[in-house]
Design a protein around this ligand. Sequence first.
Ligand code: UD1
Ligand code: CA
Length: 479
Amino acid sequence: MSKMANDTAETRDAGLAIVVLAAGQGTRMKSAHAKVLHPLGGRPLVCHVLAASAALGAARSVVVVGHQAQAVEAACGSFAVRFALQSEQHGTGHAVRIAAEAELRDFSGDVLILYGDVPLLRSATLQRLVQQHRERGALLSLLTTVVDEPFGYGRIVRDAAGALHGIVEERDASASERLVCEVNPGIYCVRSAFLQRALAGLAPNNAQGELYLTDIVAAAVREGGPVVTEPVDPAEVAGINSRADLAALEALLRAEVIARHMAAGVTFLDPATAYVEASVTIGADTVIGPLVQLRGATSIGRDCRIDGNAFVSDTTLADGVHLRPMVVISEASIGSGAIIGPFAHLRPGAELHQDVHVGNFVEVKKSVIGAGTKANHLAYIGDATIGSASNIGAGTITCNYDGFVKHRTVIGDRVQIGSDSQLVAPVTIGDDAYVATGTTVRHDVEPGALAFNPKPEQRRAGWVEGFRKRKQPERARKG
Ligand code: UD1
Ligand code: CA
C-alpha cells in the first residue's frame, strides 16, 4: 500500500499492539518544533510511521508523546491511536515503559515498537518482521541493516560465530564496536510478557544516563531467546536526526513519487525541479515543465500542460488544461481546455469551467466563471458568478468589499465588460449586456442593455503649450 493518508487495514490482528515513540525533542534538528512534526513530503514524520503501521490492523496503537505533546497529538488526529504522555524524556526504554504501563497492562500478544523518526518504513517490512517473529516463536525480533557510515546508530554486537549479543550505542561503544556496520534501525517485535519484564529491569548505566530500549535485546539473549534478526534495506529505515537527513529523505521520496508518475505516463521535462507530494494524482500524457510544485489534494487530468514555475495546491485540473508560466493556484477547480496565465493567481473557491481563459495579472477568488469566458488581462474577480462566453476587459475590478462586508457580482452569458470598468457589488449584469469602457457600474444592468457613465470627453485646444510654460521655471529651479 502507498503512504497515502490513513491506510485502512484490510485485516485485524487482535494479537498485535503497536507503540510509536514520538516524545523526543530532536536536539540535533536545532528546532523549536518537535522532531516528529517536521514535514516530509508534505506531512509530519510521525504520520508516515502511523500510515505504514496502520496496515497491520493492530488491536491498539499507542503513540508516546512528550515534547509539544498537544501539537503531536493533533498531527496524529486522523489515525486511530491512543496517547501516552512521557512528560520528561529519559530515553527510549523509559518511553516504552510509560506506554506499557498506561496501555498494555492487560495485553498479552506481540508488541511492535517503532520510532517516530523513521518515515520511509513500509508496511510489508513490518508484516514480514511480525510474521518471522511468530513463525519462529521468538521472544524478541528486530530488523537490522548494514550501512556504509554507521555513525550515530546503535551497533549490532555479535560474537565471532555471528551469534547476537546485544546492541551498543555509539557513545558507549568501544573502538572496535564502532567499526561494526550492522546497525539498529529501531524496529522491534516483542512478546508482551517478556517486554514488561525487560522494561522493569532497565537501568541507566550508560553514557547518556538514560533507559535504553536497546538493552532489552541483550536481556532477551540472556533469557535464551529465541531472538530473531531480519535484514532490511538501509534506505527504508534511514532515521531523521538532522536537517541534512530531512533534506536527503525529501529528495529520495520526491524522486520516488516522480518515478511513479513517469511510469504511469506523465512527462517531466525536468524531474529534478518538480515537487509533487505523494497525495497528488496526475493523468497520462500530461507534461510538467521545470519548477512546478503540486501539493496536497491536487488532481491533474490527462493531457494537461504545466509550462513551469507553477504552485498548485488542493486544486483539481480537468483534462487538457494549460497552465502557462508563473501561476499560483490554491483550492480551485479548473475545467477542461482552460488556459491560465502567465502570471495568474487563482485563490480558494475559484471555479473555472471548460475553455475559460485567465490571462496575466488576473486574480480570481471565490468566483464561478462559465464556459468559454475570458478575462485575459489585469482583473480582480472576487465573489462573482459569471456566465459563459462573456468577456471581462482589461482592468475590470469587482468591487466586492465595502470596508465591512463582501458582496456578490453576478454577470450573465455573452456579456461584454469594457476595459477599466468597476462593478460595485452587489450588482447584477444581465445576459448580453454591454458595459462600455471605463464605466463604474453601481446599479443592475438589464439583459441586452448598454451601461455607460456620461462623462463627456472635453478638449482644450493649445493647452499643452501653456502648461509647459508654467512648468518650465519649476523644473529649472529644481535643477
Ligand atoms: C535510537 C536507538 C539506536 C538506533 C537509532 C535508530 C536507543 C537507545 N537507540 O537512537 O540504537 O540505531 O535510534 O534511529 O533506542 N524518544 C522518546 N522518548 C525519549 C527518547 C526518545 O519518545 O525519552 C523517541 C524520539 O522522539 C524518537 C525515537 O524515540 O522518535 C528515537 O530517539 P532518538 O533520540 O532519535 O534515538 P537515537 O539516538 O537516534
Ligand atoms: Ca533517531
